[in-house]
Write a protein that binds this ligand. Structure first.
Ligand SMILES: Nc1ncnc2c1ncn2[C@@H]1O[C@H](COP(=O)(O)OP(=O)(O)OP(=O)(O)O)[C@@H](O)[C@H]1O
Ligand SMILES: [Mg+2]
Length: 852
């Protein structure tokens, strides 16, 4: 690719010829042909794993490989049954693991596709809304502020197009783009006639001719190195550490068993097979599958609650989130904005103010804000039609204003509208009702600020409008917004969303603190939160934040719930400051100005109708702009978390118990407690009996507050429940050898049943912190567990038990085992009170977790 000259060196005409394209776009037939030739416009996310390759990769797991080799040796020395069964069991459990995971991934993919980005493409001469994936070279795409550039291409036309290219070039300042003849620049950052996939339009508009799509774009070329940039969540790091811990203990146990048995002169091959089977059974190899399946299932349920999850692991963060920052418009208000007044400097409505503002709104080509739409809705007809546009300087969130150069029969003027306080500072004169220009003295400034304050205190949003003569100017320079003539204000109402009160209360009750972060003026936001009776305290404005360095800001953020007049950059700083205080932070927003903060947050949330950049930055998308939807999502997220924890608790406690048991048994029993084949069958059935857990319901307690990865809690649980299960295992040993004097095959059959029953049934006890008989487990979970138990019993009871090395135990043995299992379940029920007690995770604990 690098030998080819960069595509922006060629002129537009040459490129059009080469691509067989015109500014009118492609026909559908032509586009279909190209799509077939070039493939979809998408960047492969990592390498899609092929099923067979995946199977081989899993079988190459050293433990499984050793086991298979050992089984081969057993087969070669005559033990064909063992060989066949081991190979079968290993294949079966690997396939089960793999299929589950693939299915889960496919589900998650499908959900993600449902919210795929779309673009406006010219096809058959018509502007069509298409999924970005369908774009081909030669297409003509129109872009405006808030859009992501969907492919690489040349600028056909542009109007104040400002691009954020930071992710490709590292350049933090916006790059301006024009339809230059051809650029000679060697660096992408200087190619002012080119648009690159993955960058975003932050102001203005542009039309682009697509030159390269998918993997052939500049972004595609480096995407591989960016793909896995997502750092693991605290939960994932916790799981990883747990995995390593279990691995070490397993290694230790396997060596211990191997050495003691060999030292005691037991048959080496059987011992070795047994030890390897034990290792396979104890390693948490299923954890990744379990996580993926639970998360995918969680994502599916959340989708039903109208939350589409883009990054699965964000579900952990969602369950752990204890602070949610939200913007104002759309989440706390109805976002149905209407113009309710346009006072001039005397405080009375003045049509000229509304007209100037509407002309400005009409000619601004950047992201049309709802304020602009309200203005245009109000002003239509002849006075507007007389205006002609010369130039504009689009809106951006740092300047907070739009400048337009326009003329009518009375002459050419520059009209500026924007945030009042900033605009007022740029004015030296004002225009009164008669049209006379008067100096803007201090007295008048005070009275203007009063008009402003009066409306803002009623929760009305304000824009100021000003102008100045521009005689023969053809362009708006970058710094000529000074010496303006103040015209008046436009006053808007955005009704509060009544449902927000209850939803915020619900989130607060669930342990999530709400903070409002808005670009709007403090009095407006304050009025809104008081109307909605939101429990927010303290205010910090952008001006104040600008004076604080990061540590100083971090010291304040805990006590302040309302941030007003903040810039996009400050939104990000607020998120970071909260994170530095140990919080897990969510951020919900819909604008370009929210995107960086959405990205910085642990849980970035956006809504279906939001700008591309915000949706792209988000981890989840709400299909309805409503915090209520998110509250449901949080509940599902916590349920997913609770179910994953059930698996992990089941796994660690039974593993730890088994380790203790095996260590004791090795020293004490004159034979192996189970053959390798039996250990593997035990493991397989246990795994299958658990596939219902992701379906289970969660305790109200699990849903009531944020949870983080809680290692001390898990250690305590394991330290209590593990030894309990070994105690009953050892009691079984004792009973079988000392009381019943069972033979080897009968012993193994009885112990197989006991161990399966205790491992499987205990899920009904530890699935809940409340008494087991109160909440009802999910039916799928119950069926899976009971089916597992039935399968285990059938191995012992049915005719084939002999092949597996079992002999049918006597009725007395069965009865005693039944009693032992009941005793175990009963003691678990008693002890779980201590094992599961108060797992509340304080933010400080999470904070420590985050830093390690
Ligand atoms: N189209 C526009 N023309 C002029 N000024 C604008 C326009 N849109 C926004 N502004 C100014 O910029 C400020 C910040 O924009 P906005 O209120 O949309 O920010 P925000 O952080 O997204 O707010 P919210 O919390 O309500 O979503 C506005 O209060 C207004 O003063
Ligand atoms: Mg907004």
């Amino acid at each position: 690719m690098s030998e080819e000259p960069a595509f922006w060196h060629a002129s537009l005409t040459d490129t059009c010829d080469r691509l067989g394209a015109t500014a009118a776009g492609l026909s559908t037939a032509e586009a279909t042909e190209r799509f077939e030739r070039d493939g979809p416009n998408q960047i492969a996310e990592g390498q899609r794993r092929h099923l067979v390759a995946d199977l081989l990769r899993r079988l190459a797991n050293p433990l499984v490989a050793i086991l298979l080799v050992a089984a081969g040796i057993a087969g070669a020395t005559g033990d064909l049954a063992s060989f066949a069964i081991i190979v079968l069991v290993v294949l079966l459990s690997t396939a089960l693991d793999m299929l589950q995971e693939h299915r889960a991934e496919a589900t998650a993919e499908a959900l993600k596709r449902s919210i795929a980005l779309r673009a406006t493409v010219l096809r058959d001469g018509q502007a069509t809304d298409l999924p970005v994936r369908d774009i081909v070279a030669g297409d003509v795409v129109t872009l405006s502020a808030g859009d992501l550039v969907p492919a690489d291409g040349l600028v056909l036309s542009a109007n104040g197009a400002q691009l954020n290219e930071a992710m490709l070039t590292g350049e933090p300042y916006p790059a301006e783009k024009h339809a230059d003849p051809a650029a000679s620049a060697s660096e992408m950052a200087d190619a002012h006639n080119a648009l690159f996939h993955g960058t975003s339009v932050i102001g203005g508009t542009a039309t682009m001719l697509v030159v390269a799509t998918g993997q052939r774009t500049r972004f595609g070329a480096i995407a591989g190195s960016l793909a896995s940039a997502q750092p693991p969540t605290a939960f994932e790091r916790g799981i990883h550490r747990l995995g390593i811990l279990i691995l070490r203990m397993t290694l230790f146990l396997v060596l211990f068993v191997l050495l003691t048995h060999l030292a005691l002169g037991r048959p080496p091959l059987q011992t070795f097979l047994f030890a390897m089977a034990l290792a396979v059974g104890l390693t948490p190899e299923l954890l990744p599958m379990i996580m993926t399946v639970s998360l995918a299932r969680g994502a599916q349920r959340m989708a039903r609650a109208k939350v589409v999850v883009k990054r699965l692991s964000a579900i952990h963060d969602l369950g752990q989130m204890d602070i949610l920052c939200t913007d104002k418009t759309g989440t706390l208000t109805e976002a149905k904005i209407a113009l309710v007044g346009y006072p001039g400097i005397d405080g009375e409505d003045d049509d000229r103010v509304a007209e100037l503002a509407a002309v400005n709104a009409r000619f601004e080509t950047g992201l049309k804000s709802p304020l602009d739409e309200a203005l245009l809705h109000h002003m239509t007809g002849p006075p507007m039609d007389a205006w002609r546009k010369i130039d504009e300087r689009p809106f951006d969130f740092e300047r907070r204003r739009v400048s337009v150069l326009a003329e009518n029969s009375n002459g050419r003027i520059e009209i500026v509208k924007g945030a009042p306080e900033a605009l007022l500072a740029l004015c030296a004169h004002a225009q009164d009702r008669s049209g006379a220009i008067v100096p803007l003295d201090d007295g008048m400034r005070t009275s203007l600020v009063q008009i402003e304050g009066h409306r803002a205190a009623q929760g009305l949003r304000l824009l100021a409008v000003a102008w100045k003569p521009a005689d023969s100017a053809e362009r708006i320079g970058s710094d000529c917004d000074d010496d303006l003539i103040f015209a008046g204000y436009c006053v808007f109402v955005d009704p509060p969303k009544p449902s927000a009160t209850a939803t915020v209360a619900r989130l607060e009750a669930a342990g999530i603190r709400i903070k409002v972060v808005s670009g709007d003026a403090a009095p407006v936001v304050q009025h809104l939160v008081s109307v909605l009776a939101l429990p927010v305290e303290g205010v910090l404005t952008g001006e104040e934040i600008a004076k604080l360095n990061d540590p100083a800001l971090a010291a304040r953020v805990d006590d302040v719930d309302l941030f007003a007049r903040v810039t996009p950059d400050q939104k990000t700083r607020i998120v970071r400051a909260l994170q530095a205080r140990g919080h897990t932070v969510g951020f919900i927003g819909d604008g370009i100005n929210d995107a960086p903060a959405i990205h910085a947050a642990d849980v970035g949330v956006s809504v279906e109708g939001a700008t591309d950049v915000a949706r792209e930055a988000a981890d989840m998308i709400l299909l309805a702009a409503d915090l209520g939807v998110l509250a449901k999502g949080v509940a599902e997220g916590r349920r997913t978390y609770a179910n994953i924890m059930k698996y992990i608790r089941m796994g660690t406690s039974s593993n730890f118990g088994n380790m203790l048991t095996m260590a004791v048994a090795s020293l004490w029993l004159p034979f192996l407690p189970l053959t390798a084949v039996q250990v593997l069958l035990n493991n397989l059935i246990y795994d299958m009996s658990q596939i219902g857990i992701p379906f289970d319901n969660a305790d109200a307690g699990d849903l009531a507050r944020p949870h983080g990865w809680d290692m001390p809690g898990l250690v305590r649980f394991t330290a209590i429940m593990g030894p309990l299960s070994s105690l009953f295992d050892i009691a079984t040993f004792f009973l079988l050898t000392q009381v019943f004097h069972a033979g080897v095959a009968e012993f193994r059959a009885a112990w197989f049943i006991e161990s399966m029953a205790t491992q499987i049934l205990v899920v009904f006890i530890i699935r809940t912190a409340r008494p087991a008989w109160i909440g009802r487990p999910h039916i799928v979970m119950t069926v899976a567990a009971l089916a597992g138990l039935a399968a285990a019993s059938s191995l012992v009871l049915l005719p084939w038990s002999g092949i597996l090395g079992f002999a049918l135990p006597s009725g007395a043995v069965f009865a005693s085992i039944g009693l032992l299992v009941l005793g175990y379940l009963f003691s678990s029920e008693l002890l779980k009170r201590f094992a599961l007690r108060d797992r509340r995770v304080l933010p400080q604990v999470i904070g420590i977790e985050r830093q390690t």
